[in-house]
Design a protein around this ligand. Sequence first.
Ligand code: ASP
Ligand code: MG
Length: 592
Amino acid sequence: MALIVQKFGGTSVATPEKIQAAARKAVRTQQEGNQVVVVVSAMGHETDHLIDLAKKVNEEPPAREMDMLLSTGEQVSVALMAMAIHSFGHQAVSLTGAQMGIRTDSSYTKARIKTISTERIRKHLDAGKIVIAAGFQGVDDDFNITTLGRGGSDTTAVALAAVLGADACEIYTDVDGVYTTDPRLLPEARQMGLISYDEMLELASLGASVMHNRSIEFAKKFDVPIRVRSSFSDAPGSMIVSMPESPSVAVCGAALTRDEARLTIKNVQDTPGMSYAIFKRLADRKITVDMIVQNIGLESRADVSFTVPSNELRDAQRAIQEAMPLVGATEVTCDDAVAKVSVVGLGMADQTGVAEKMFGALANAGINIQMITTSEIKISCLVQRSEGTQALRAVHQAFGLHHKPTDANTWHIGQMQHAKMSPSEVVERLRSTNLEQLTLLDISLLEDQARVTLSGVADNPGLAEKIFKAVADAGAVVDMIVQSCDGHQGETSISFTVPSDQLQACLKVLESGKFGVRKVTSASNIAKLSVSGIGLRSHTSVAIALFKALADLGINVIMTNTSELRVNVVVDGKDAKRALEALKKTFEGALV
Ligand code: ASP
Ligand code: MG
């Protein structure tokens, strides 16, 4: 008998009628011969109302009491859901987080799940009941009620599916699946049949989420297949699984992050420990930093640029003020009218020409790129906010995202259950770790790389495309690309890495004078160190610990990029082995 976990979000249980409709879906699924666990969120905007209520009696309510309050929202909906099922003549039992044995740490309002005991749920399921589980909540070791952070019911659902070894985890929501981009921005967006965990994680971190990010991390860690579908129709929805929709397509989705702000710290001393000094102060304030670009400095000075969500700009500026004297910086500039357009796809990891294609699409639309960062499966470009939607459309179009790939994969229940791990491995992993603990998969070193930097390039639309087209024509395979605004007005600088043996060919075309570059510099012996894992974004400590380990050894960070899946740093080749050893030691306990 298959076991299905079904989660209904706030909009799906907003009224008594909707609760009855959800209850019918659960009963139908059980009648089809499955065991069913239903996870519910609080009704409609109940959690928001409870937060407002708390603020009326205390502007800064104690976090413990906040969780006591917020958990009541879900307690109401589980009881009503169970009653609705009874009214249809079927058996159901509602359980709170504590009753299910969901143990969390004690970080109120953003607790992480440590363990879940399954006996009680199994007993009810075996007795033929539908189990109605309260989402978003748990208890710590002292039985204090905790909550998992806004949107946390998704995480409850995926976690229960993992520990129960469910055949599927269905997320019922108010959209009918995962789209190639936000259909409210681009009506031509296409609903995908399936998307991989990694791609979904990247898209979710760009704000394109239909699900709580942590729930996708969890699903990836324990190989839980997820189906996202509408509660208001019977359409099949989209699957989130370990494989991509198409084995051949480079890009599966695009996203626009509209409310970004760019900060540039000028004339930072280019010596070991600088990245650490800056980003530690941002991490301490829990500011989510993206698109970190360090321009290779002239005269041992560097400009460090990065983006933060607009609403965290003030806080970021404060953190920077603190760091400036420590890093010898002279000035900080910011731009609050920018947006980030990104493309994501597992396929780009082993295809060339993807970055050029994106730059070309923006060039043809006459849009200037202010900053570029790339990682294994994501390319992001910063543009003027007023051109954001246009940029998104140009990119979506260029990659043909509105067409279904001709070689699209399909998925059916049971097909890839635990494809990567045997059931015993899953059980072992559940037993040996805290469920939401940081998981690192690999620490690796890529040697024999070279860096090329073009500085003093006129900052016009089309520049990046021209450069990378010429480099590709010269036969070079480019890895990391970073671009950001220069100290000089209207100029920019671009750095990228290529394998060492392709450096000369690159330099030859770039020094030809065709690009109006003020200066081309290069380093022939650099190395890339990568820490890869699951949940690197929510565990921001990884990048910081990495910067610290290198700073402690006096190793300079030349370039850096981060994504959901990896943190990469480029160092001088002579430091590579030492750096690798240090990182292995730093992350010893977290490697699986
Ligand atoms: N009710 C909680 C919230 O609104 C949890 C959830 O909906 O997933 O954040
Ligand atoms: Mg919700």
